[in-house]
Design a protein around this ligand. Structure first.
Ligand code: BTN
Length: 238
C-alpha cells in the first residue's frame, strides 16, 4: 500500500492543466505535497514540441503533477516509467514506451507526457486516451485508447490515483535520477530499441538503448549519436 497522500484539485474546464499548475507555482500558492490537478475539459491542451493536445470531455484524462524539484531530463523518463507501470497493471497488456515518454500499445499512442520546468518545481502533464472509439482523421492511424485495448470504459477517477501515486513514487524514490534498475526497466520496454530511427536533418540509424542521462543512443553509419532532445521517428510506429 502506498503511503502517498495525494492533494487532488479537480477543475471542470481549464485551458491546460499544465498552465494551471504553473500559475499556482508562480503565484506562490501554498501547495500540499503530492498535488495533482485534473480537468474534465481542456480548451488549449499542449503537447510536446509546441504541438496541440486534442482531448474530449469524458474520453481523456488530463492531469498535471507538481513535482517539487527543478527540472532535469531524467524526470521525463521517470514519469514514463511510472505511467507505464500503472497502465500495464490496470490493463494487463504489454505496453511499451516510445522514447522519450509516449506510452504505446500495438505501435499506437495511448498516452503522452509533457514535462515543463519552472523556477520552483517541475510540472508533469499526462494525457491518457480513455474511452475514444475513434480519433480525428490526422491521428486515427496513430492513436489508441484504454477502451479500444481492453473493451472496458474508464472514468478519470478510476485511474488518476494509481497513475499519480506511481509517478510520484518512481520520481521521488529515485531522487530524480536514473539508477541502473530503472534504466534496465526503461530499456526492457522501450519500443525504439533495435528499430530503425530517423532524427535531425535526414539522419538515420538503429536505436540501441538509453543512457543514464536519458539520451537515446543511436548507432549510425558515422558512429554513435546521443539524442537528448527533439523528435525521433521510429520505423513502423509513427
Ligand atoms: C505529447 O504527447 O505531446 C504530450 C501530451 C501531454 C498532454 C497533457 S494533458 C494534461 C497536460 N496539460 C496539457 O496541456 N498537456 C498535458
Amino acid at each position: 500500500m502506498s503511503n502517498i497522500r495525494l492533494n487532488i484539485i479537480h477543475l471542470n474546464k481549464v485551458d491546460s492543466t499544465n498552465n494551471y499548475a504553473k500559475a499556482l507555482l508562480k503565484n506562490g500558492e501554498p501547495l500540499c505535497p503530492f498535488s495533482v490537478i485534473y480537468a474534465d475539459e481542456q480548451t488549449a491542451g499542449k503537447g510536446r514540441m509546441g504541438r496541440i493536445w486534442q482531448s474530449t470531455r469524458s474520453n481523456t484524462l488530463c492531469m498535471s503533477l507538481i513535482v517539487p524539484y527543478v527540472h532535469r531530463p531524467e524526470i521525463t523518463l521517470l514519469s514514463a516509467i511510472g505511467v507505464h507501470r500503472a497502465l500495464s497493471s490496470l490493463t494487463g497488456k504489454d505496453l511499451q514506451i516510445k522514447w522519450p515518454n509516449d506510452i504505446i500499445f500495438d505501435n499506437k499512442k495511448l498516452c503522452g507526457i509533457l514535462t515543463e520546468g519552472t523556477p520552483e518545481a517541475t510540472v508533469v502533464g499526462i494525457g491518457i486516451n480513455l474511452n475514444d472509439t475513434e480519433f480525428p482523421a490526422d491521428i486515427s492511424s496513430k492513436a489508441t485508447s484504454l477502451r479500444l485495448i481492453t473493451d472496458s470504459t474508464f472514468s478519470p477517477e478510476d485511474i488518476l490515483c494509481a497513475v499519480a501515486e506511481e509517478v510520484f513514487s518512481v520520481i521521488l524514490g529515485a531522487d530524480c535520477l536514473m539508477n541502473n534498475n530503472l534504466l534496465d526497466e526503461y530499456n526492457s520496454v522501450c519500443a525504439n530499441i533495435g528499430r530503425s530511427v530517423s532524427f535531425g536533418t535526414n539522419q538515420r540509424g538503429t536505436a540501441t538503448g538509453i543512457d543514464q542521462s536519458g539520451a537515446l543512443v543511436v548507432k549510425t553509419a558515422n558512429g554513435e549519436e546521443k539524442i537528448s532532445f527533439g523528435e525521433v521517428c521510429v520505423s513502423g510506429i509513427y
